[in-house]
Design a protein around this ligand. Structure first.
Ligand SMILES: NC(=O)C1=CN([C@@H]2O[C@H](COP(=O)(O)OP(=O)(O)OC[C@H]3O[C@@H](n4cnc5c(N)ncnc54)[C@H](O)[C@@H]3O)[C@@H](O)[C@H]2O)C=CC1
Ligand SMILES: O=C([O-])CC(=O)C(=O)O
Length: 341
């Protein structure tokens, strides 16, 4: 019995993600919440002949509470997407508040659920969820994940393109570490399961790295004001959710990058901090998943000088993004305590 919940289920990511989750036979209940249209999306999906019983709720009458109660895994793609010319950080003003409110709902109604955060800016929204959970006394760093899988999916696709073997893409595994925006996205191409040509250096190497780092911009530009990646993100979110579900069901050795608190595995986190040369509260490295969420945070391992430079460039931006998320929540709680602030 697995209950999966999607918050923001009527949106560009939410609908195809909910469709994919409905196709997973391991999911027995699918709860959909959004501020619009969830009854319709739920009615539509409920006609598909797979096991999940689908329920769609709106905010009035405790809809969020109803959907979240009994949830094992909650995926959050709620919030506004980018338009051309915007950075992910520009979304913080609106999405920060949305994620804080939804995290509060999860802390109250499904504190043990695995929480998969898609809403941007991920580098700041994951710290928001963590702070809200701390405030409610239900924080377990092993259970909160920033979804960076789309970067991994893009890296597989783009590397296979460079190797002129597009059909190999699903088998190409490239760890992408750091975070989920621009220079914080660090592909470790030297660890690709399908080695790149040894002469891929200079401009060709930089072009490939930049394409993985700024792949989101390609989609934003092509959609020309109609939003950002939705279908590839739904695929990536489904991939990661399935990995979490499979690990919970007892499958061993499932490893994938995700933006998590280093406190989720203090020993692994300390080793990673040593490699980074600094202590960040959150970082996306390869993590091994287990029945309780994060089992182990893996080190970066052997990386090239170029990759070390990319990691070095990512660290200060990550630190700022993390602080933005944390401070936002703490400030909101201060304001709630003292409304005159
Ligand atoms: N982590 C990643 O790799 C990626 C993250 N994203 C992010 O995902 C988010 C969603 O993107 P799209 O689906 O394209 O946007 P969208 O605008 O199509 O859908 C967002 C949905 O959230 C809903 N929503 C807004 N406030 C809500 C609330 N308080 N409670 C519940 N639902 C609420 C809206 O009604 C809408 O249906 C954006 O922040 C985007 O930047 C997008 C692509 C990749
Ligand atoms: O680029 C965006 O705004 C959406 C996103 O996170 C991505 O596609 O990686």
């Amino acid at each position: 019995m697995v209950k999966a919940v999607v918050l923001g289920a009527a949106g560009g990511i939410g609908q195809p993600l909910s469709l994919l989750l409905k196709t997973n036979p391991l999911i027995t209940e699918l709860g959909l919440f959004d501020i619009v249209n969830t009854p319709g999306v739920a009615a539509d999906l409920s006609h598909i002949d797979t096991p999940a019983v689908v329920v769609g709720r709106l905010p009035p009458n405790d809809g969020l509470k109803e959907v979240l109660t009994g949830a094992d895994i909650v995926v959050i793609p709620a919030g506004v997407p980018r338009k051309p010319g915007m950075t992910r950080d520009d979304l913080f003003k609106i999405n920060g508040g949305i994620v804080k409110d939804l995290a509060t709902g999860i802390a109250l109604s499904a504190p043990k659920a695995f929480v998969l955060v898609i809403s941007n800016p991920v580098n700041s929204t994951v710290p928001i969820v963590a702070e809200v959970f701390k405030k409610h006394g239900v924080y377990d760093p092993k259970r909160i994940f920033g979804v960076t899988t789309l970067d991994v999916v893009r890296a597989s696709t783009f590397v296979a393109e460079v190797l002129k073997t597009p059909s190999a893409a699903p088998n190409v595994v490239v760890p992408v570490v750091g975070g989920h925006s621009g220079v914080t996205i660090v592909p470790l191409l030297s660890q690709s399961s399908h080695p790149l040509p040894s002469d891929l250096s200079g401009e060709a190497y930089e072009t490939l790295v930049k394409r993985i780092q700024f792949g989101g911009d390609e989609v934003v530009k092509a959609k020309d004001g109609a939003g950002s990646a939705t279908l590839s993100m739904a695929y990536a979110g489904f991939e990661f959710a399935n990995k979490v579900i499979r690990a919970v069901k007892g499958e061993k050795g499932i490893v994938a990058p995700s933006f998590v608190a280093l406190a989720a595995d203090p020993a692994g986190g300390a080793a990673l901090s040593k490699e980074l040369g600094t202590e960040l509260e959150f970082f996306s490295s390869n993590i091994e998943l287990g029945p309780n969420g994060v089992l182990k945070i893996n080190p970066l391992g052997k990386i090239t000088e170029q990759e070390a430079a990319l990691v070095k460039a990512a660290v200060p931006e990550l630190a700022t993004n993390i602080e933005t998320g944390t401070k936002f929540v703490l400030q909101k709680y201060e304001e709630e305590k003292n409304p005159k602030l």
